[in-house]
Design a protein around this ligand. Sequence first.
Ligand SMILES: Nc1ncnc2c1ncn2[C@@H]1O[C@H](COP(=O)(O)OP(=O)(O)OP(=O)(O)O)[C@@H](O)[C@H]1O
Length: 972
Amino acid sequence: MATTTLPRPSRPSLNPPTGPLPSLPIPKSRKNSVGSINESRQGSGVSLLPSITSGRAVSSSALPQRPSKSHSNSTSSVPTLNGSAQDSPATLPPGKTLRKTISIGAFPQPPKHVGRATSHPPSPLSTSSTPAGATLDQHFSAGSKPIPSRDSSIRKKSPRVSGRGLPTRSPLTSPSFLGGTGETKSVSGNALLSLPSPPQSRTSSAQDSYATSATTFDDTGEEERRGRADVKSGTDRHSTHKDGKGNVIVSVRVRPDAGTNDGKQELEWEVNAKRSLVSYKGREGGEYIYDNVFDTQDNNARVYDAAAKRLVRRVMEGYHGTVFAYGMTGTGKTFSMQGTATSPGVIPLAITDIFSFIRETPHREFLLRVSYLEIYNERIHDLLSPGATATNGQPTPQEEIKLREDSKRGVYATPLKEEIVQSPTQLLRVIARGDNARRVAGTQYNARSSRSHAVVQIVVESRERIPGGGTSLQDNKRSGMAPGGVRVSTLSLIDLAGSEKAAENKERRTEGSHINKSLLTLGTVIARLSSDKEKTEKEKAGSAKGDKHLPYRDSKLTRLLQPALSGNSLVSILCTIQIGSTGSIAAAHSHTGETLNTLKFASRAKNNIVSHAKKADEALGGAADAGSRALLDRYRVEIQELRKQLEEQQSKAKESKEEEKDEEEERAQKLEAAHRHEEQMLEMQLARTALKERIEHLNRLILSSKSLGVNANRSFSSMSIQNRSSVLSNGDFHPVSARSSASHATLEVPALNRTSSGGSAGSFPSPPVGTNGVIGETGSEEDDSLGENGDGTASQAAQIRALQADLADKNRYIGTLEKRLLQARRSSHSRVSMSLSQRMIGGEEGGVDAVIKEKDAEIADLRARLDDKERMVAALRSAARKRDVADLGIDTSTSHDSRRTSHQRSDGSNASSKFIGSPISPVTLLSPSSPKSGKGVEEMTRILDEMISERVDGGHSGKGSKRNSSSLRMAS
Ligand SMILES: Nc1ncnc2c1ncn2[C@@H]1O[C@H](COP(=O)(O)OP(=O)(O)OP(=O)(O)O)[C@@H](O)[C@H]1O
């Protein structure tokens, strides 16, 4: 039915192609799946040495290494990836192959035979091999618009004018790149972007990116640059541009041919790049007008600028975009997508523009992820995962990658490796790695034929940058701005495998079968899109799903392209053709048929694909969503969490440090307190000892003073006579100054004869003391002690001597005390200085003086006490003296009795021990004889006792002090 509307082919399309096959292009150096390209190379006689000056130099990485010479303004260097394969092919690692540079004019002639395998799936481009035996045109006829025949008026039949043939999208229904609204703005020329590309965007590229003026968007200078001023057909041209630069761009690129031998073929075709027109004058011919037509003179940069640049920039703004190259094998799809070192293709130029855009958009931040897959024999392979890299020419097995679909992501492959990239070089390297892993083989049409569909997918995440660069929640609060959501868009760059005739090689045949089948499905889907469109409109009322009949699932390729084809994406299709007829007429015929089919495919795509692509929403709160794909958001949340953790750790560390410091201080304080306590204890001990000694001494003094004088009965104290050796032959006793057996060993009792010997107090030798503590026998003392009276009664002179001796004794005792005090002070000083130095270290300045003063006060106090005692002793002494003077006329008989009593006592075996055990109270001894003088002594003794007890009770509460106190009381 609709076939009648189709342009009639010049020859029956059912006939197998008999003309020459397309010229065999130069061998590619990519990895061969099976078929060795060496044969092809040998056959083609291609030089292995690359030539920079001529047409093609595609390394295995297919990435440029130097600026294209064809770019008039190319200035910056092109990054070298994976080494300079061209410059040093000999240094290539084993297993790597090299894409050679060869003059296009030197392309080898294609083989004379054509495909013969009848079982081979039909080439979707072939008009003679549809599965049902019908032509593709017939197959598509139901849905496709008729392509105007050459005989009909193009202007009339062109869908742009008449709505049939090659229709142009209605400006009102087709969203455009302008704003994603579906409207094509009436902007003259090519200035269709509402957001114009910044001038020289390419030259401002980041380091290692391409910088070619050829890709710099310049709407006004476009025509001049091309040198093709559109004069006569300018209206058509402009109308084409206005209508064509929508969300779907279809371009046709004509590959230069090596030879133009067939004059007839040349005449049959007309390629008018200026008018974006391809015209075939033969049978089934017609004029085909597209958004862009690139002739053999146009280079890759020109192709990119016109066909992909706007789309790439729109992707950066938040739209999904898909660029794919479609065409017969060997017509230049890979050449257009990857390019060469001297002429980078769509992929490297897009990468350059992506990074230029990022740099030119400071108010947003971006994150880029890239994946690279191939569909080979209807299986998906990850070209970036390590397993994809062939080791011995064969790829290692991978986990099966499946296609899934969800409402947010659309159709996606999983598990698929995604790499985050930060620079153009990094991104180019990743893609070069994928290129190396892609399956390539030599065929009869292309020495390096891609045996798979390759899909590079670049996911662009972007988000409004927060002023001030802060990323924390606090920063956001401070700036008063909520952090923007993350926008995720995807750029898919697809190099399809070329449709081909059946090959002789079985493996090539299998590959070709899968390739053709998937391309056929693609053609079917696109052909049905128009009917779907109409149907959708019809079914709108019934809300039936319009696209359910579309066979997207018939191949992995269409399934993967589903979001783009169903309108969610901006689309740019680059169809490559070769119209030259190098070789036989059969080959030319074959070319023509394939070329016409490609042109028809392009027309249908242009006509049928409706894109209602919208800018992706900025997903807010995606970070909290576990399924969120926006890494940018996830990273932001992670950064916030890490910062929080860091802050917590820092504050914890600070707290523990402070605690440690506090503990240290506490420990130091405790230590100091312990030192102080110890010091105080020592001081108290010393003071106690001193007091104790003092008490003992005073006790002795008291006793001694009694012993020196006579008792109330004018008798000598038993103390004086305890030593039997001092008993005189006549039974009398010498008055002897003695001391208590309890007295301290350091207290020495001065000898009574010291005055006579003229020794000074303090330097007197100690009297001989027996082991029992009693005074030893001394002959001279005995003599002296007999006294002047010779009756055992002490004369006054003797008493004075005794008192003097006692005084000397006391002086010595004082000296001893002073020595002790000095020692105590020294040791105390050393402790104090230790404590002081610690305090000084501890920063307690000003404490030293206080401590010294304190200690001085203590010493002064002790001295004062000593003075008190001395005064008391002196008072006691004078009182004793007075008493003695008063007692001069005492009755001797009493003395005798008393003496006897004393004698009896001392004579007794226990006398001495009794005395020692219970000393006679001085009060008892003194009081009866002279009430007056006794009263004075008594008074003194009492005062003394009180003072001592006061000191003892007030100063000390220890056991020792109690003991001293009790002994004192006993003495009292
Ligand atoms: N525009 C062009 N200018 C110069 N050489 C070109 C051009 N287009 C293609 N070629 C050359 O033609 C040969 C085949 O090109 P290419 O490999 O890109 O074809 P293809 O369409 O990818 O083929 P296949 O589908 O088999 O992979 C290559 O040597 C390439 O250099």
